[in-house]
Design a protein around this ligand. Sequence first.
Ligand code: ADP
Ligand code: ZN
Ligand code: ZN
Length: 641
Amino acid sequence: MPRYATVYPLVTTRALARPFTYELVDGAAKGAVVSVPLGRSRRRGVVVELVDEPPAGIEPVPIDSVLDELPPVLVDLALWVADYYGSTPGRALELIAPLKRKRRKEQAPPGERQALVDESEAPELTAEQRAALERITASLEAAGGHFLLYGETGSGKTEVYLQACAAALARGRTAIVLVPEIALTPQTLGRFQARFGDAVALLHSGLTDAERRDERERIARGEAKVVVGARSAIFAPLRDVGVICVDEEHDPSYKQESDPRYDARTVAAKRAALEGAVAVFGSATPRPESWERLERLELGGRIAAPLPTVKVVDLRREAGYPLSAPLLAELGGLAERGGKGILLLNRRGVAPAVHCRACGATRRCPNCDVALTLHSDATLRCHHCGRLEAMGETCPTCGSADLARIGAGTQKLERELAKRVPELEVIRLDTDAVEKPEQLRDALARFARAERAVLVGTQMVAKGHHFPGVELAAVVDADTGLGLPDFRAEERTFQLLTQLAGRSGRDAPGRVVVQTFQPDSRAITYAARHDVAGFLAGELERRRALGYPPFRHLVRIVVTGPDLADATRALDELKAGLCEAELLGPAPLLRLRGRHRAQLVGKTDAPRALATRAAVLLSAAAVPMRRAGLTAVVDVDPQSL
Ligand code: ADP
Ligand code: ZN
Ligand code: ZN
């Protein structure tokens, strides 16, 4: 019988980021969240292992108390995350053991307030759905597996998730369903609750502490067997997970952009492997990574209606931006006949830049190398650091009153629509208009009820929402993403266009309008033809030639500090020490929040080894770096460059 426990304290200080040995108390098994004495205080910790003997020279004290019990497999998962993403065990274990708050008052589960109601009857599956489900259940009964579920929007992917989860439950197992962001949880939750009732729990970072604690308790008691949630739900304390569904698997929000910088899709694949579960990655626009690596289950086209026709408007020839004549004609049609449309403009505010016609100065954020965005309350805001200043009547550089507002954001588009097609109700969906899940639900419900309406928004509108009766989808400015210096720029634009097209014509013939200055770009021509396979084939060929994922891994190291030369020098020194990998840079990045930044990008087949070596070299250089005010971040499999 083991008498001791190896415990990682849940602390962020790297000095305490090591295991400590304690004497076991009753009920403390691997996965137990415990309270332990550490130095002069008491800390929470997680038992990662039971041992017979303490390390030589150590006289362990007993664990204080057991606070919670987690499935042991989550300990392995968290330690893997810490290792793969170069974080500490303490930080990674925090993901599986979030702090529990005391109960304050009884309240209804968040699911009751946030779900959109839906019908519950399971339809007869199509032949493609049945084939996909059979493949999934067969691997559920074997040792598990990983699949790409590829099908256009409306082809019945969610129905496959529902029945795959039902298959897991029928075998006494549990299921996790991930959606890329909190905004998408209400409708998915609604469909799952309609099918599984109270057996569904909701987990995401937008819950209050009390809500999270209640949901976790329902999971721990075994009442909730299906967890629907965003990224962090992959760490749900379910036991014996049989199926993990990752909806809209192409979405970059699955990557967490703070330590631990994990990718929930990679973690989902790992958790499935650890639990002998089936991971199903679904999308209408899969990542090249998934297309290349995963067994594909194809659903084909839409169940209800054919795909919409796509009209590309060449903004070099058409005037009237943001509302060109062809787009206005379509909107006029909606106003006249009644109907609904969605307009995507991936920029918030009124105008993405303001500049002076007299001296040419653009109003910039003094802390970040970006133009300030004009908002409708006459403020200029930095979308990176949140800085806010008054627009004012005159140019602060030369005093001229001749100020030009460049381009258009969602608020400007909202005004233009009110002016040009006043018959249409305009509902705006962006992070300025929608701050809480309830507001989002209300906006979506208003749009669902409306007879003549346009939904105007940032990429939020292209993401997975189901809108009945939408016949028009338009991209106001398809070029916003194409200019970014990221090897995924075309992939992202292609996905956004194709996803938006998928929002229209789900139950009636739909039309799509794409306004662009680059009608011949690959992303736009393939999206206009709905040619996903063609786009991905070209994308994979390019990536193979350049050694980008999925053919090699990337590791990105960013150093920030008060001085660009210091940051670059630190990366040059690091580069000299990392001779084995193919390294690009150091290259300067945009200055953000007053900090200069530079990055080094490594292409490698062994990302963990490279990240570990980088971390070792960086900690060896910790003293001079600290003196120069530099901080470094190592990002394994970054999703933006
Ligand atoms: P996706 O997740 O691929 O967008 P859904 O699963 O939401 O697709 O299906 C689109 C629509 O078709 C939904 O209204 C759904 O209820 C319906 N549906 C799905 N599968 C079937 C089926 N086998 N028979 C009839 N209707 C179906
Ligand atoms: Zn000026
Ligand atoms: Zn700023």
